[in-house]
Write a protein of this length. Sequence first.
Length: 568
Amino acid sequence: MNVRLKSVVSGAAVLAIASGGLLVGAGAASASVPSPWEPDPNALGSIVFYNSSGAVITGGNNLAHLADYYAASNNSGGSGIKATLYFAAPDHTKSTSLWFSQQQSASDTYPNAAAPAPLTGPGFVNPLVTAAAADGNLTSFLASATLDSTANYANIIQIRIKTNASPAGKYWETNILYNASAGTWQVNDPVATATTTTLTSPQSPSVVTGTPVVLNGLVAPAENGTVAFFDGATQVGSTQNVTTSSGAATVTDPSPVLGPHSYTAVFTPTGGTQVSGSTSAALPITVTAPAIGTTTVLAVNIGTGIADGVNPVGFSATVTTADSSTQTGTVTFKDGAVTLGTSPSGPTSAPFTFSTKALAAGPHSVTATFNAPAGYNNSTSAPQAFTLTQPTCPTGTCDQQTITADIPAGTLVINTPYTAAAPLDVPLSLDPTASFYTGNAAFNGIKVTDTRAGDLPWTMKAQASPLTFGANSDNGENVGLTGLVVDSTATNTVSQAAGNLTVTNAPAASPPVAPADPGSQGLGGTQHTLVAALAGIGTITYKGTLTINAPSNLPAGTYTGTITFTVG
């Protein structure tokens, strides 16, 4: 398991955690080796395994039913063709076409409209086996097959898909490594390229009725295949081809109906043996009715017309709506480009008023802008011009001079040196009792810079999110930061006088807690105070130790989470 520390921003630093190295199973299935017969000369492509929710799986602990769906990597034969699942036992004395094989499912017609995304709909036309509860029984196959104990052949079974349209002796295949005693399996020659499809639209998040919505899909890395766009379950436009030279595809929804829409882009690979398909996150876009117009009229009362700082200038804005309704909003008053102030929120049935004594002598041009609610347009009044005169002294002979001194407010920021390009990695390994995974690494360069006027106190806090991999997660309570000390190698100007700085450890939960634990150990559950300064003007840098623990029952994968640092 690795820990990566990335983007650092003013006022907050974010920790991204990526995990790998927790292998499913043990013994014979604990480490895969390249299958010596690959590339299989009879293979049409590879197979990707899916669970009942349509998520890709690369291993499991049920030898009586390996997966719920088996999908070929590329299309062959078109709609209405049947696909069948087979298991084959590797034999180092024979070519792959002569291995003992056994049918493991009924012959399924594809596409399967009842399958979960991304295995359904017009965007997925690859051979697909929908396995019944008794299908894909590796335990039964092992009992009937003669198994080869030769090195790199032992404990490996080839999973195949054949169709009634594929050439004789040809099939899609993926090899798995199994451990019969532990009851576990994993893909032995894993899919080399996983893809990510993203979807964007210049119209997001909303568009007015009658405006076309342009959908831009991007497959990364770029691969040969197609991208289909959907609004819910309905395809938008025609399926678009993408290639290794460009993974971009675009369609237009010419006139989406009024209301909410949820768009997705589905990438389906059409060539190669080691590429997986992917579906974008849903992109919500709301189609709204055109906004209703408003009109704002401004009246000005300059009073005495003297800029004496005593007599105010009054403003009154009247707002009407095109549909004669009463709406709630605010009005902002500006003198040229300078904002004078904003009236409190109120109904358009009454004038919006504002007054100020701060206008200087000389010409002024004031406008009032109505800040309308949703469904209505903002509107700005015509400018109202007037001039205020310089006040005279009671004796008629005086010279008033004004001076000012500005002390800047300053800022309070926190940052760390880690980025996505230069991450902090924390390897995990079993603890001495072999009951959970643990690891730590030096965490350096937590820098607080305070330039605020007044030498004010500040507090540095941190909170960790759960570390997730698919449907699995490691509780944020299992992330800890301890041993914080001032980095003496850095330039530190914040006072380190006794009592000014208080440091608090946040040790990771040990043993680690379960994913659903609601507590707040370590850095989980809530923000945890790490450093408190009674006076903090200047710069100070801390270093400490970052610890990650993980329950031993978590499945293998790359787990990702964040730690957010704040100072205030």
